[in-house]
Ligand binder design. Sequence first.
Ligand code: GTP
Ligand code: MG
Length: 204
Amino acid sequence: MIIKSAEFIMSNSEVAKCPKDTLPEYAFIGRSNVGKSSLINMLTNHKNLAKTSGRPGKTQLINHFLINKNWFLVDLPGYGYARVSKTSKKKFQRFITDYFEERQQLVLAFVLVDIRHEAQKIDLEFMEYMGENGIPFSIIFTKADKLKPKAIERNVAAYLQELLKTWEETPKYFVTSSASAVGRDEVLNEIDSTNQQMNALKQN
Ligand code: GTP
Ligand code: MG
């Protein structure tokens, strides 16, 4: 898929105030600092569309980006960032769950995990939460440029093995790097084919 346009539309702390359009949207979620905002920039080929930072806790709102004038990418705050105050942490968690439970336009979420680390409890719990709520998701392994190909293979296999302890099947997954653009075509193709399925459903 070719990205012809990518525009920031709005930031929000309330799901009710998100764009009213019925366009399909794709959300990026995961721990703080895992690379959600960087991935959005990589996918759209824009250096500074989504704000990134070396320090966790950069994205604090629900951000809508309109792509090719017919679908949205959504950048969300990270979960599991211990250094925010208890009250604001609760608020983040609350509007993340509100977003996933209420946003009808969401067609697919991407749960991002750092490819360098073993499966973390908080990510497994989040995936469990998605499963319980019937929210479709794929996994995106980030920061693949930090590992050699053999280590990537090994870590992905170990991760899937861990998932199989609680899931009957593993979700679809993508190996990506925002630094080298590895995985860009695969993620965009997934979005493209999901958009086409949505259109086909609409016509029936
Ligand atoms: P929050 O908004 O705080 O939840 O973080 P985020 O998940 O949006 O992470 P962000 O995109 O801001 O990236 C965090 C840090 O990781 C930044 O220093 C990025 O440059 C770095 N980073 C992100 N993706 C990659 C990647 O693919 N490779 C490498 N080497 N670094 C990356
Ligand atoms: Mg961010």
